[in-house]
Design a protein around this ligand. Structure first.
Ligand code: ZN
Length: 399
């Protein structure tokens, strides 16, 4: 992957973040860590602890968190990128950088389906996927890591195609159901071929998203058995409640809840996962850009909505968009632990929120204010231009 820009060839870059008021781990088992200092060397976390117990000497950059909250960078499990930081869906520039200002440091493509003139023949769709994988690997708007190159399966694909895609570096499929394959039998076969070669799959769930797409119901989702039940709360139109609960109960796959879906169905999914004691399956995405636009604060809005209306503690809701997604997507980020990517969001309760602290403000439905975003050990943004202003903001004290 890309080397952190400030890790000069002369030597390693050591980042010390001290005076952290609240440390969110991203791990559902223990969402809050008892520590106030995080240390990273180059793009990796190397130590977490109390300041007196960790080695803060010889830092190249020191950040005083000033009592704010540190979380792993947020992961958007469902985006539709096209080329660089442009989306033709709403003809908008700079949308990925805007999402970085909403705390997102990693994005997963659910298919580059908005590409004008998207090829649907087999050689064409393979070429486009490989091109997208390469270009987003090499170009990171705002520093955001974008896992792209997600081909949408079409009739006529054979096992060799999946082997070839995997060998070329394609690791994910776009949403099953957005191409010509809409029957469970064919989709199951192709998803199984993809899985055999290490390619992860997602399926569109629910009614058509835009004119030209179509309904995928619970029978097709269950038969296909993709790794991620993409937007189980619809994108936008949700399945009936009974079908959503059946998907939660009969499948063991990831339950992806998106911003551009049905909020009532999102809460039903969360409640069902909680009753099944399977919150680990819950991951979050925006499904943007879409007909309803781009939501730079979409992941934060999901965390706040699920926490305030779905009655899960805010520290748990952060795990849905960090550690849970990292585990299901096999990513090296999403957790505050040695060896993980040094990608962080520092935030505080928004100015004038009625909550007494960050977690309480989110549980009351407010958004946090972001004070800094760090990706691979490098500061990508200081006070966010998009969130409400944070009460306290971290400060770079030496670099
Ligand atoms: Zn979809």
């Amino acid at each position: 992957m890309t080397e952190a820009p400030s890790s000069k060839s002369a030597g390693s870059h050591k980042l010390v973040i001290r005076n952290i008021g609240l440390l969110l781990s991203g791990d559902l088992e223990q969402p809050i860590l008892d520590a106030d200092t995080v240390i990273a060397v180059n793009d990796r976390i190397v130590a977490i602890g109390r300041r007196k117990d960790v080695d803060t000497e010889n830092a190249t950059t020191v950040i005083d968190a000033r009592g704010t909250t540190l979380s792993p960078g947020l992961i958007d499990s469902h985006v539709h990128p096209v080329a660089g930081d442009w989306t033709p869906r709403q003809n908008q520039l700079g949308w990925i950088d805007s999402c970085m200002h909403g705390g997102v440091t990693t994005m997963i493509s659910a298919g580059e389906v908005h590409t004008p003139g998207r090829p649907k023949d087999v050689i064409g769709l393979k070429a486009m996927a490989i091109c997208a994988q390469r270009s987003f690997n090499a170009f990171r708007p705002g520093g955001v890591k974008i896992h792209a190159g997600a081909p949408v399966i079409e009739h006529g694909m054979v096992e060799d195609d999946f082997e070839e895609l995997a060998a070329a570096g394609v690791m994910i499929l776009g949403e099953v159901g957005l191409g010509s394959v809409k029957d469970g039998k064919t989709a199951h076969q192709m998803v199984a071929w993809a899985r055999k070669y290490g390619i992860q799959s997602t399926i569109h769930t629910g009614g058509p998203s835009i004119p030209g797409s179509s309904l995928i119901d619970k029978d097709i989702v269950l038969e296909t058995d993709a790794d991620v039940i993409g937007h189980i709360n619809g994108g936008h139109t949700a399945l009936p409640d009974s079908q959503i609960t059946e998907l939660c109960e009969k499948s063991s796959r990831a339950l992806e809840i998106v911003h551009n879906g049905n909020e009532r169905a999102a809460l039903l999914t969360l409640r069902t996962a909680k009753e099944l004691n399977q919150l680990r399956r819950v991951i979050l995405g925006t499904d943007s850009p879409a007909g309803s636009g781009v939501q730079p604060l979409g992941i934060l809005r999901m965390i706040s909505m699920l926490s305030s209306l779905g009655e899960v503690p805010a520290d748990v809701a952060f795990c849905f968009a960090t550690g849970n997604t990292a585990e299901i997507r096999s990513l090296d980020c999403g957790l505050i632990a040695p060896g993980r990517a040094a990608s962080f969001v520092l935030m505080d309760k928004a100015q004038h929120s009625s909550g007494e602290n960050l977690l309480q403000s989110i549980q009351r439905g407010d958004l946090p204010g972001i004070g800094m975003v760090i990706i691979d050990g490098v500061v990508s943004a200081q006070r966010s231009r998009n969130t409400p202003p944070a009460t306290r903001v971290p400060e770079v004290v030496s670099s």
